[in-house]
Design a binder for this molecule. Sequence first.
Ligand code: ZN
Length: 282
Amino acid sequence: MIGRIIKQISNDYTVLGNDNNLYVCKARGKFRNIKVTPIVGDLVNFDIDKKYIMKILPRENMLIRPTVANIDQLIIISSVKEPDFDSNLLDKLLVIAEYNRLKPIICLSKVDLLNEKELENINYYADYYKKIGYEVIINHEVDDIKNRLKNKITVFTGQSGAGKSTLLNHLDNNLDIKTGEISYALGRGKHTTRHTELLNVNDGWVADTPGFSSLDFIDMTKEEIRDNFVEFQELRDECKYKDCMHIKENDCAIKDNVENGNILKERYDNYIKFINSKEKEH
Ligand code: ZN
């Protein structure tokens, strides 16, 4: 039977079968031999009698922290006030999402705390992110967000205090205790656990992600960071040098477009910061 792993505790995998029943299965030893481990989100072929996972179907994508496969979308909750809008963190998460082939959705929170001038400023950012192809939503649009969850695996992320738990509670009142656990785990910092679970919310699946704050560029090269700034891609052929890093080179289309206002200056500055932080690692 085919099913999806929705929970893992050590070597016990809870699989939701095509028949809508839950089966607690073990992973067969052969996975250890080929150095592949089934993870939450995987679609698997399993033996319904022996309760063994036989085969992992090809993955669309996966994250290591949290360990989840086949993520349909990443909702990035971005506070615009208290804490202030953090374009550096947002750009970082967008680059990581692109790199991992996750579809990001930017969800602005605390918009109601802004005065007119601040709102204008945030709309300026929002319009830019929309222009380069990202969806931007407001956390008050609960029904819209609910609809987006249906039949999908969603990971929520964002800086602490951005209102992630509050939003999850609005999406499903039954989540009360579980979101408490999420924030508790996040507050503890390096909280390591082998327990990963998808929560059923509005006919969709939400990853319980205590470790998500630890996302970073560790696995990425400078070139990969560059190549995951989406708006750089359509312009890069216009750079004089094929491998232009868009920093010190002459005749750089990216730098020209920052100067003429076509590329958001803050975003380019964040790019430089990411590259510099990568250089410090060596
Ligand atoms: Zn360039």
